[in-house]
Design a protein around this ligand. Structure first.
Ligand code: P6P
Length: 338
């Protein structure tokens, strides 16, 4: 009997293969990841049409098909919430788009052992200028008993408790990257078959890079330690490990994805008027911190490991410094001087 030579694994095949290594696994996590992949494909279709708003109608209007046109981030939120609610693997969700978490109260969902938090469409302000945007997700095992309705404590867990985390970047191609403790793997959407295919197995974050990403417009709002590190990045030459290049496109998923693959550091520091910075802990910083740490990098708030922060509210913000281990160690040395 000829063995089918599967050079390229789809996301579904990969998650099932991972399942085979854990005979006692229930397959719920694989199911959850498949549900996320399905929602991502649906969002991808709409994101790619975003430039056609004039034809398709702007948000809060009724389009030619008589459908309510939703803002893309509302559409994305509905897609991810919908597939997770109708799947069999998720007891509830929390979303950047929703003030409160949503606990699913049907019997199947109440018996599911995971909860999912996500930013359904991060950087959506970039849509009308055709800059890459993304979805970010974070998966926890619930801490409340199976069969009961999920509560806030299922969502307010430190990032170190994540079972899996990932993102979708809707860019020149559409990629889904996710991490479990076993590793980080990237899947590129093949539109010809409508499947995410394994394109970046076992992603590692280079220990050093030459890219630093920060909004220079806030430079004089940053602490002295952060200014010192940015200054040092600018003074790099070929004689001392440089020169570094500054890359910042204002879309976290795209910026962090590039630095994860090529090596580099991404910073969204606190400022004097916003000491907690802008980025959210639970569904932006924690998932990326998990992914980058599994890939060999580091992520802090400037003082402590992101994954150790004990959350107190769903939408709390945190300063974020994340990327190549060597560059993060150098940042720490600058911050320690003040
Ligand atoms: P700023 C997009 O709005 C976002 O949340 C992240 O994707 C991005 O990294 C950041 O804000 C950019 O913020 O203040 O530099 O424009």
């Amino acid at each position: 009997m000829s063995i089918v030579n599967r050079k390229v694994l789809t996301l579904d095949e990969f998650t099932i293969q991972q399942l085979r290594d854990f005979p006692h696994a229930t397959g719920e996590l694989s199911g959850l990841l498949r549900d996320i992949g399905l929602a991502a494909k649906r969002v991808n279709v709409e994101v790619n049409k975003a430039g056609l708003v004039d034809i398709l109608g702007d948000a809060n209007t009724v389009n030619v098909q008589g459908e309510d046109v939703k803002k893309l981030d509302v559409f994305a939120n509905n897609q991810f919430t919908g597939v997770l609610q109708h799947g069999i693997s998720c007891a509830g969700i929390a979303s950047e788009e929703l003030d409160e978490f949503v606990a699913f109260d049907d019997a199947v969902s109440k018996n599911s052992k995971y909860v999912c938090l996500f930013d359904p469409l991060d950087g959506s302000g970039n849509i009308d200028v055709n800059v890459s945007i993304g979805t970010i997700f974070s998966i926890y095992r619930r801490v409340t008993p199976l069969g009961t309705i999920a509560t806030e404590e299922d969502f307010l867990q430190p990032g170190s408790k994540q079972v899996a985390a990932g993102y979708i970047v809707y860019g020149s191609s559409t990629m889904l990257v996710y991490a479990t403790r076993r590793g980080v793997n990237g899947f590129t959407l093949d539109p010809s078959i409508g499947e995410f295919c394994l394109s970046h197995p076992d992603i590692k974050c280079p220990e050093w890079g030459k890219i630093y990403s920060v909004n220079h417009g806030n430079f004089f709002q940053y602490s002295k330690g952060v200014q010192l590190y940015i200054d040092a990045c600018q003074k790099r030459t070929k004689d001392n490990g440089g020169p570094y290049t500054q890359r910042y496109i204002g879309s976290m998923v795209a910026d962090v994805h590039r630095n994860l693959i090529k090596g580099g550091i991404f910073m969204y520091p606190g400022t004097f008027d916003k000491p907690k910075g802008k980025l959210r802990l639970l569904y932006e910083s924690n998932p990326f911190a998990f992914i980058v740490e599994v890939a060999g990098g580091r992520a802090t708030n400037g003082k402590e490991r992101i994954l150790d922060i004990i959350p107190t509210e769903l939408h709390q913000r945190t300063p974020l410094f994340i990327g190549s281990k060597g560059m993060m160690d150098e940042l720490d040395a600058s911050l320690a001087q003040y």
